[in-house]
Design a protein around this ligand. Structure first.
Ligand code: 6PG
Length: 478
């Protein structure tokens, strides 16, 4: 019986479409993969359809799966994040021996990955939490992979991971070791937060064009297509152009038939929560999460739309100029979003003692993943030339681009505000930029207010930092 021999390079558990496609991708690259799914009928279906004629080995139980693996055993799973992962680990552990490797390829919360890494490490097992991005197509043709966890496992999975990963335009695999513990899943979470931000600013541009400038789907489709050959060239701009071209059965644009209530699985929210925990002003991504929440309150918005009034008329004047401005506004806001994303990574690295390589992270995101874009080459270069870069804004390319885009960006915000079109991400990005470059913010007044009502004390501009003062504000005496 061929199945009794330890012959498989790696096992994959969880045969939803991502899992199936990763297996086929690994098989294409010459790796022998053993597949397992709790519901056996799904395995049978896979073996008799997509995996037919490949070298994929089916296992009908976990002991059978473990028995066909070469040692150290490499077991990757693509199952729902949360308790399902812990339950699976519990079942697997008694079947494994020291040095075996477990790889969670789902969107697990990084703190769960930190915990699992420590718990399994104590048992001699090597745990990896890997971000896998790119959706179904990415999994099949080349995803971006962000592995982190127990570094001793990396040499054993590197070949497989880098072989199946997407390749950037210079041929580099979009996969590298990210760092210890939950670092891989943290970086994937930040990727998803950035994904939320990119999607939101694109939606705001679409909203302004559709309702503020009265543009048709065809006109917007052409605009996004054009943008996709400029500095905004990216997967998300490209799919937006594709979406706008799709017609419903009656010939009208299908996207206008889609209910405007956004869903989410939680990674954007986790990014926002982490930014609050770490004290990082991640305003754009957080606004993107809140915009999804507001959209989901469809019934309430419908009632409010009946009674709450906005501006009287919506002028379509200056449409062409504004569309040109919008491209620059999107680019500027995108710079802010990534600058904030990397600020978050820097703070997380400090807090969790990870040695993150920001240039390598940008490099991984250049292809395969949802936020892939030409723009990431510039981020890679910025951190490569200065690994200690304080903020992306300080890199000459990004600083000059912001300077160039800023008049158009401000005109877009004004136009949106005058027309009553909400642009929370585009405008909060501008506020952040203005705040970040402001040498004197009004927090002096805020500190005085805190000291007034709560004797919380304040520092003085004419005294060294760390000296605290209190004044009797109500009696006008210092
Ligand atoms: C990716 C995506 C993916 C994510 C979905 C859904 O990188 O391939 O980020 O991991 O789960 O895009 O995310 P939401 O349901 O939260 O929008």
């Amino acid at each position: 019986m061929v199945e009794n021999k330890a012959q498989a390079d790696i096992a994959l558990i969880g045969l939803a479409v991502m899992g199936q496609n990763l297996i086929l991708n690994m098989a294409d690259h010459g790796f022998s993969v053993a597949a397992y799914n709790r519901t056996v009928s799904r395995l049978d279906e896979f073996l008799s359809s997509a995996a037919k004629g490949t070298s994929v080995i089916g296992a009908r139980s976990l002991p059978e799966l473990v028995a066909v693996l070469k040692k150290p055993r490499r077991i990757m799973f693509m199952v729902k994040a949360g308790t399902a992962v812990d339950e699976l680990i519990q079942e697997l552990v008694p079947l494994l021996e020291a040095g075996d490797i477990l790889i969670d390829g789902g969107n697990s919360l990084f703190t769960d990955t930190q915990r699992r890494c420590a718990e399994l490490g104590a048992k001699g097992l090597l745990y990896i939490g890997s971000g896998v991005s790119g959706g179904e197509e990415g999994a099949r043709r080349g995803p971006a992979l962000m592995p982190g966890g127990d570094a001793r496992a990396w040499p054993y999975i590197k070949d497989i991971f880098q072989a199946i990963a997407a390749k950037a335009s210079d041929g580099e695999p979009c996969c590298d070791w990210v760092g210890q513990g939950g670092a891989g899943h943290y970086v994937k979470m930040a990727h998803n937060g950035i994904e939320y931000g990119d999607m939101q600013i694109i939606c705001e541009a679409y909203h302004l064009m559709r309702d503020g400038l009265g543009m048709s789907s065809e006109e917007m489709q052409q605009t996004f297509s054009r943008w996709n050959s400029g500095p905004l060239d990216s997967y998300l701009i490209g799919i937006t152009a594709d979406i706008l071209a799709v017609k419903d059965a009656d010939g009208s644009p299908l996207v206008e038939r889609v209910l405007d209530a956004a869903g989410q699985k939680g990674t954007g929210k986790w990014t926002g929560i982490s930014s609050l925990d770490l004290g990082v002003p991640l305003t754009l991504i957080s606004e993107a999460v809140y915009a999804r929440y507001l959209s989901a309150q469809k019934e309430e918005r419908l009632r409010a739309a009946e009674v709450l009034k906005g501006p009287e008329s919506r002028s379509e004047a200056g449409r062409e100029g504004l569309v040109t401005d919008l491209e620059q506004a999107l680019l500027a806001a995108k710079i802010v979003s990534y600058a904030q994303g990397f600020m978050l990574l820097r703070e997380a690295a400090r807090e969790y003692k990870w040695e993150l390589d920001y240039s390598a992270i940008a490099s991984i995101w250049r292809a395969g993943c949802i936020i892939r874009s030409v723009f990431l080459n510039k981020i890679k270069e910025a951190y490569l030339s200065n690994p200690d870069l304080l903020n992306l804004f300080m890199d000459s390319f990004f600083r000059e681009t912001l300077e160039k885009c800023q008049p158009a960006w401000r005109r877009v915000i004004v136009a949106a505000v005058q027309r009553g079109i909400p642009v929370p991400a585009l405008s909060s990005a501008l506020s952040f930029y203005d705040g970040y470059r402001c040498a004197r913010l009004p927090a002096n007044l805020l500190q005085a207010q805190r000291d007034y009502f709560g004797a919380h004390t304040y520092e003085r501009v004419d005294r060294p930092r760390g000296e605290f003062f209190h004044s009797d504000w109500s009696n006008k005496g210092a």
